[in-house]
Ligand binder design. Structure first.
Ligand SMILES: [Zn+2]
Length: 136
């Protein structure tokens, strides 16, 4: 494994913008469309918020007018800030890898391996641990 995917794309300079929904400044970057061999990078002109938070997935992003979950998917696929996501351990329903699914909202999480958005439900065990059961 390398860290290449987590490196910010060359030339993408995040801008600090005040988010009225999150009530604090967030970092916004715009994809520059390096499509060849860089499928994980945002498309040209596609705004990615690097400070997607748990509450963002429930509503509409005031900075882009897009559903918050769309912003979460963009950030997850860009790998610009994987640390922004809470993760749940579970099996991806698409690629069947046991992964740390990145939570978009309380129903959806994205697989970091194949980028499939899974629906999930928590199953709690008697010993206090929990695992996510997923479906595509
Ligand atoms: Zn997967």
């Amino acid at each position: 494994m390398t860290n290449d995917r987590k490196t910010a794309p060359e030339g993408a300079k995040p801008e600090n913008v005040y988010c009225p929904s999150c009530r604090h400044p967030v970092r916004i970057t715009v994809g520059r469309g390096h499509r060849d061999g860089h499928a994980n990078l945002p498309d040209a002109g596609e705004v990615v918020c690097m400070d997607f938070g748990g509450a963002c997935g429930e509503g509409t992003c005031p900075l882009t007018g897009r559903p918050g979950m769309v912003m979460g998917v963009r950030l997850a696929k860009s790998h610009l800030n994987d640390a922004a996501f809470q993760t749940i351990h579970g099996e991806c329903a698409s690629c069947h890898a046991m992964v740390a699914l990145e939570m978009l909202d309380r129903d959806h999480a994205i697989c970091p391996e194949c980028e499939t958005t899974n629906r999930y439900v928590f199953v709690d065990f008697e010993d206090g641990s929990a695992v996510a059961i997923t479906e595509v």
